[in-house]
Design a binder for this molecule. Structure first.
Ligand code: CTP
Length: 411
């Protein structure tokens, strides 16, 4: 799935050692369907050559405002008129200071002043995103922090920096985000802000019910659908509380700081984590919660008995987390979405769960064919009827689900 299809990005590269990652960033952007026009500063060309940037972007690179390749001699105007966003990676302390003061003494700084997207003869400012990269002392310096403040006031989006090992050998704030993170942040930037400032709680993955210290009951849920919904919700502008069962997945868009994650094992732990949420605008109950737990968890590994070839376990029913959360919300305007993974009669069982769980929307799918997969197809069931989505990649599906939920919220 290409999330930057039809997007034209002007990638500015300024002088910093992180420029060695800029060719990889170009590749990531192109992989997502973007067209990339590179503009470099003189200092950037000390770290990565224009030839490299031309080869990976497939377009001639511009460095100078005196470049004669643009017919009217005004590259600082013409280069931004058809771009959807300017992305500067890396953004050096010097470039940030210049941009924050409106200085324009080279091509990149000048086009950031003149930037504008032309549609039907009228010019609208095109967005500017920057990814700072510098030594931690430079980042923490009062002058750089003044630049940050001014740039934020000017509606510049600042991505990062991250903290960690630096090229100079020091450790601290100032590392440029990784190319894949920058690309994901740009993708998120372009998504419609359908859930701006909404608080969203999501459960995801399976639960694990211990039998003894080495064995347990679980299910085949991978958590991919719940994590895709978490990512799509952040892309839509939400603050997300993700409550995850045992899965092997990274927190999506973690570097944006919009997702808080709590890891749990058992249904009882997931229940406690959900019930501690005092308020939310939307609750997505995506987790495949184990319906039963073992009554007496053995304190040591259960040994095979020569006298018997069967083992009996007494199972107790777990709390229905979604139903209990819904019941606790009386008088609050939270919108709760349930998921039903069935192995047969998907629609029939889904419709029943819409009623038994007392929720306004249930998303039904065929569990065995989707658990662990990257794609899925689902049916949204509500009082108005049914809407089918997919088959599609789980992230695309998650974005469609966010759209469908946002439509219902605004009614
Ligand atoms: N759910 C829950 N707590 C449980 C069981 C299910 O919160 N103990 C939630 C799931 O997260 C999902 C919805 O209820 O949103 C439906 O889950 P599902 O496992 O399909 O249904 P069950 O209620 O467990 O019913 P059954 O196992 O009989 O199909």
């Amino acid at each position: 799935m290409m999330s930057l299809n039809n997007k034209k990005i002007l990638l500015g590269v300024s002088g910093g050692i992180a420029a060695y990652k800029s060719p990889e960033l170009v590749r990531q952007l192109i992989k997502q369907g973007a067209q990339v026009q590179v503009v470099m500063t003189e200092a950037a060309a000390q770290f990565v050559t224009p030839t490299t940037m031309q080869a990976v972007s497939g377009n001639p690179v511009f460095l100078s405002q005196w470049d004669t390749r643009i017919p009217n001699g005004m590259p600082h105007i013409e280069l931004t008129r058809d771009v959807d966003a300017i992305l500067i990676a890396p953004a050096s302390a010097d470039l940030m200071a210049k941009l924050s003061l409106g200085l324009a003494n080279d091509l990149l700084s000048t086009l950031c002043l003149a930037k504008g997207h032309e549609t039907n003869g009228s010019i609208t400012p095109c967005p500017l995103l920057i990814t700072p990269a510098m030594n931690r002392q430079m980042w923490e310096h009062a002058a750089t922090q003044r630049s940050v403040k001014r740039l934020l006031q000017d509606q510049v989006t600042i991505l990062g920096p991250a903290s960690g090992d630096q090229a100079c050998g020091e450790v601290g704030m100032g590392r440029m985000l990784e190319p894949i993170e920058i690309c994901d942040a740009l993708i998120a930037f372009f998504q419609p802000k359908l859930l701006q400032n909404k608080k969203v709680v999501i459960t995801a993955g399976p639960t694990y019910e211990a039998i003894d210290p080495v064995r347990g009951l679980t299910n085949r849920s991978s958590g991919k659908m719940g994590f895709a919904i978490a990512r799509a919700a952040v892309e839509a502008g939400a603050e997300v509380q993700l409550i995850s069962g045992p899965v092997h997945l990274e927190t999506p868009l973690a570097f944006l700081g919009k997702i808080k994650r709590v890891n749990v094992q058992s249904a009882a732990e997931m229940h406690a984590a959900v019930m501690s949420q005092t308020s939310c605008d939307i609750f997505f109950s995506v987790a495949a919660v184990a319906d039963w737990r073992v009554n007496q968890i053995a304190s040591q590994k259960i040994k095979k008995q020569s006298s018997s070839d069967t083992l009996s376990l007494e199972l107790l029913q777990n709390p229905d987390i979604l139903l209990e959360f819904v019941n606790s919300l009386v008088g609050k305007s939270s919108f709760c979405v349930g998921f039903a993974a069935e192995s047969e009669n998907v629609l029939e069982y889904g419709k029943k769960k819409l009623i038994t769980k007392k929720i306004p929307l249930l998303i039904a799918n065929h569990g065995p064919s989707t658990f662990g997969e990257d794609s899925n197809q689902v049916t949204l069931i509500d009082a108005q009827g049914e809407v089918s989505l997919g088959p599609a990649n789980k992230l695309a599906l998650a974005r469609d689900i966010i759209f469908q939920v946002s439509q219902r919220l605004s009614k």
